[in-house]
Each structure stands twice: as structure tokens, then as C-alpha cells.
Design a protein around this ligand. Structure first.
Ligand code: 5AD
Ligand code: SF4
Length: 489
């Protein structure tokens, strides 16, 4: 259909103009997509289903909950098996190159399935779509994709979907950046008792290896009142634990008209009655303030877990990474945090093989790992991302050298994290029961404040409740245990 025809069609079906303001405009398009879907379901002779597949980080997981909320509002039914769904959405990640390769591989497979299902649609969104080369490649070689949008206009999903349903053409809408934050759209939580809450979007740090600032745009903080209101609503709906999400939560609030610190925001959230646990990620070491450490030490609700990416232990490499702290500065920060919150669990991200990394630099990283003794660490092989300053740096490290360092690092990280995990053996811990164990239905899985998991006999009625569990046997990075009494609430 041409633009004119679409417009005419819209006007006949929906005599009123779409509202200009958000989120009203999206609610209007949800209604319209609902009508469109009804017709499509009638043609298919059955209800139509969807499957959202998420790649990457917690921010993406939260975005996917928003997509699911909108799809359910439109009337789609969830189908966990991607190969059976009528509408498949990939919410993509591009932080490392292999994430992109995985998407192309799976997309090829989806294309073959689509040939057999005339009702099938495919949408792609998320960070990978913000890369112009990716969209070019999709336009050229993956013509069967129906809808492509990016990270800045995810709130427009209903509008884009209605446009696709009514025009029948491939719809592509990518924004370069935005200063817009649209509140109060539908969202469907994966867990009834816990939820992620975005407090900010984007990143201004430009670590030299990282593509995130280019695909997620400039840092924007949500208004504290909107955050509090969202959490209050979640709590009224049964949520007891929130995870505050941002690329760099420690710089929350700096760009607001009325600036507020992350520590102050936490103090306000702490006051919300009925909320039991507060988590947050990710913290950048350069912005972690004494005020925050104090708030963590005094809080009854903030969990005893801090994810503090170090990336490298070498001050020389940290400078090339544009991290803006030194090895000594990082270690001093860890000392201060441990002094204030002695039982804190520390986790981190580490990159090996950054351009120019020597064996001596790598030894500095091992030294930090040994000194800090992380509860767990995500270790990554450096991935060259086009457009980032590091991609054009000289002295890219040969693959076999990187692999060897990576294996040595992993061994050290795992040895220490098993020792750290074991330090709780024989104690009783309060856990939030999250799920039935995947491998053994007689066991439940609970999460401790420090983020460790314990599996113990119980039944599904415990999900979402806090219970006390004795940690009988450490199995490397999790525990087997048993409940010491009934539900604590
Ligand atoms: N190569 C490897 N790891 C990366 N990360 C970010 N960019 C890259 C890259 N180009 C890692 C960092 C970050 C985590 C989310 O991903 O460790 O903290
Ligand atoms: Fe990437 Fe650095 Fe921003 Fe984290 S802080 S998202 S590593 S640029």
C-alpha cells in the first residue's frame, strides 16, 4: 500500500486522528493493532501467537517485558517455542561480535520456517539495529524480516506493528538518539515477585572498547517521582524485590533539572513500605561515592551485593580503556566498601586481550582478582567493535595469546569464587524463593541477599516468599540446603 492508501484506510477504520502526545498515542495504536490482529486471526482460523527472544543484558530483558506487555494487550498469545510462534521478535545485543553472528544464524533458520507459515511475522529490535551496517545487510539479504526498530523508539512498538499489519510492507524505523522517555506503557513481568526498573538510559562514558554509548545514546535519567511511583505500583502488585537498572547507576540524576544523587534516590526507595529488597546494576567505579557506601551500610533493604566491573587490573590498560581510575584507586574503593559492608559479595566484569595488553598487564589483572577475591566474575575475550576507538588501536593481541590468558584467568576466578561461595557453609540464610529447580522438581531455588543460589526441598507454593534455609553443602557456585522452619512471611 502507498502512504496515501494507508492514510485513507486508517481514516475509514479509525475516524479519529492518532493522538500526538505519548503514551496516549501508543494506546490508540494498541487498539488499532488489536483490530488488525482480530482480522488476521479470523483469516488463520486460530489465535495467533508470539515469542520474544532476548539476547544480552538485564536492560534488554526489561525492554522485552515491555514488548510482551504490548503484545498481550494487543491480543497475541505467548508461545515459548520460537519455531511454532506466528510472530517472533529478537531483541538483540551487539556488545560483542559473536552476539551478532548468533542472530544472523538463527535468523536464517527462522526464514526457512516462515516460508511454511503464511501468518508468520519477524521483528528485530535492540542494540544491533542501531548499527547502520546491520540494517543495510538485513535490507539486502534478509528481506523476509517484517519490522526493524532500534533502542530509542521501542515505546513506539504498537504504532510500528499496526503500520506493518496495515501496509504489508517491511517497516524500518531507527532513531539516531533521543532525549525522550515515555512512561506508563504496558509491561508484563517475567516474575510476579521481582522486577527490573529502569532508572536511566544510555551511557556517556565512552570506554574505548565499548559500543554501548553509540547504540544506547546519551545518558538520560528518569524523574525520581516516576521511578518511585512505578515501584509503589509494582509493590502493590506483589513485587518484593527490585533491580534498579542503568549502564552507570552511580551517575544517576546528574543531568536532571533538579539534580539528585543515586544515594538519595536509594534512600527514597528504601522508604517504600512492602518493598523488601533493592538491587542495582551496573556501578562504574569512577562514580561510586562515599555517600553511596554509607547508604548501603545503613540500609536494611539494599542487598549485600555489588557488581563493580574492573575490566583490567593494569593502570596502563585502564587508561587506554578510558576507564578513569587506576588499579590502586579500584583496590582502595574495594577496601572502603568492605570496611563499611563486611559481608558484601563483590562481582565483576573482566576483559582479556585489549589491544596492547602484555603479559605484565595481564598479571596485574590476576593480582586484582587475587586481592579482591570476587564471588564471581564475568570474563570476556576482547571483541573488536567497529566505530570504537579501540578497534583502530595498534597491537591487537594474537588470538592464541588471548585464549591462553583467558583460560588462566578463568581458572583463577573459578578457584577463588568456589572458596568464596563456601564461606557460608553451615549458616542459615534468608532467601527469596524464585522457582522450581530446573533439573529436580522436588527442589526449590532461592536467592540470598548476596546473590548466591540455594536449592532445597519444597513446593511451588513457596515461590515469591522469604524462607530461612540452612546451607548444608556448597557445590562450587551454589548450595544444597533445607528449610529450617516454615515460611517467614
Ligand atoms: N569486548 C569484550 N567485552 C566487552 N564488554 C563491553 N564491550 C566489550 C568488548 N568490545 C564487556 C565489559 C562490560 C560487559 C557488559 O561487556 O566487560 O562490562
Ligand atoms: Fe560501555 Fe563503559 Fe558505558 Fe559500561 S560504562 S556501557 S563499558 S561505555
Amino acid at each position: 500500500m502507498t502512504e496515501d492508501k494507508i492514510q485513507k484506510h486508517f481514516m475509514e477504520e479509525f475516524p479519529t486522528e492518532p493522538p500526538v502526545s505519548e503514551p496516549e498515542r501508543q494506546y490508540y495504536f494498541i487498539q488499532r493493532a488489536r483490530e488488525d490482529l482480530k482480522k488476521m486471526s479470523e483469516a488463520a482460523g486460530r489465535p495467533l501467537t508470539f515469542c520474544v527472544t532476548t539476547f544480552g543484558c538485564q536492560m534488554n530483558a526489561r525492554d522485552s517485558e515491555k514488548l510482551v506487555g504490548i503484545l498481550e494487550e494487543i491480543g497475541y498469545i505467548e508461545e515459548p517455542d520460537e519455531e511454532k510462534a506466528d510472530f517472533v521478535i529478537y531483541n538483540t545485543c551487539t556488545v560483542r561480535e559473536n552476539a551478532n553472528q548468533r542472530v544472523y544464524g538463527r535468523l536464517g533458520q527462522l526464514g526457512r520456517i516462515k516460508k511454511k507459515n503464511p501468518h508468520m511475522m519477524i521483528a528485530l529490535c535492540g542494540c544491533m539495529m542501531q548499527e547502520p551496517e546491520v540494517v543495510e545487510k538485513l535490507k539486502k539479504s534478509y528481506r523476509f524480516v517484517d519490522l526493524i526498530f532500534g533502542t530509542h523508539n521501542i515505546f513506539k512498538f504498537a504504532e510500528l506493528l499496526a503500520t506493518r499489519m496495515e501496509s504489508g510492507d517491511m517497516v524500518i524505523d531507527i532513531w539516531k538518539d533521543t532525549d525522550k522517555i515515555v512512561e506508563d506503557l504496558p509491561s508484563e513481568r517475567k516474575y510476579s515477585f521481582k522486577s527490573g526498573v529502569n532508572i536511566m538510559f544510555g551511557c556517556n562514558n565512552f570506554c574505548s572498547y565499548c559500543i554501548v554509548p553509540y547504540v544506547r545514546g546519551r545518558e538520560r535519567s528518569r524523574n525520581p517521582r516516576a521511578i518511585i511511583r512505578e515501584i509503589e505500583r509494582l509493590v502493590a502488585d506483589g513485587v518484593v524485590e527490585v533491580m534498579l537498572l542503568g549502564q552507570n547507576v552511580n551517575s544517576y540524576g546528574k543531568t536532571l533539572e533538579e539534580p539528585i544523587t543515586f544515594a538519595r534516590l536509594l534512600k527514597e526507595i528504601e522508604k517504600i513500605e512492602g518493598l523488601e529488597r533493592i538491587r542495582f546494576m551496573t556501578s562504574h567505579p569512577k562514580d561510586l561515592s562515599d555517600e553511596l557506601i554509607q547508604v548501603m551500610a545503613e540500609s536494611k533493604k539494599i542487598c549485600t551485593h555489588l557488581h563493580l566491573p574492573v575490566q583490567s587490573g593494569s593502570t596502563r590498560i585502564l587508561e587506554k580503556m578510558n576507564r578513569r581510575y587506576t588499579k590502586e584507586g579500584y583496590l582502595e574503593l574495594v577496601r572502603k566498601i568492605r570496611a563499611a559492608v563486611p559481608d558484601i559479595s563483590l562481582t565483576t566484569d573482566i576483559i582479556v586481550g585489549f589491544p596492547g595488553e602484555t603479559e605484565e598487564d595481564f598479571q596485574e589483572t590476576l593480582d586484582v582478582v587475587r586481592q579482591v577475591r570476587y564471588d564471581s566474575a564475568f570474563t570476556f575475550i576482547y571483541s573488536r567493535r567497529t566505530g570504537t576507538p579501540a578497534a583502530v588501536m595498534k597491537d591487537q593481541v594474537p588470538e592464541d595469546v588471548v585464549k591462553d590468558r583467558f583460560n588462566r584467568l578463568l581458572e583463577e576466578v573459578q578457584r577463588i569464587s568456589a572458596e568464596m561461595c563456601a564461606r557460608y557453609e553451615g549458616t542459615v540464610q534468608r532467601v527469596l524463593v524464585e522457582s522450581v529447580n530446573e533439573h529436580d522438581e522436588s527442589l526449590m531455588t532461592g536467592r540470598m541477599s548476596g546473590n548466591l543460589l540455594v536449592h532445597f526441598p519444597g513446593d511451588a507454593s513457596l515461590i515469591g516468599k522469604f524462607v530461612d534455609v540452612s546451607l548444608d553443602e556448597c557445590r562450587g557456585f551454589y548450595y544444597l540446603g533445607k528449610m529450617t522452619e516454615g515460611k517467614t512471611e
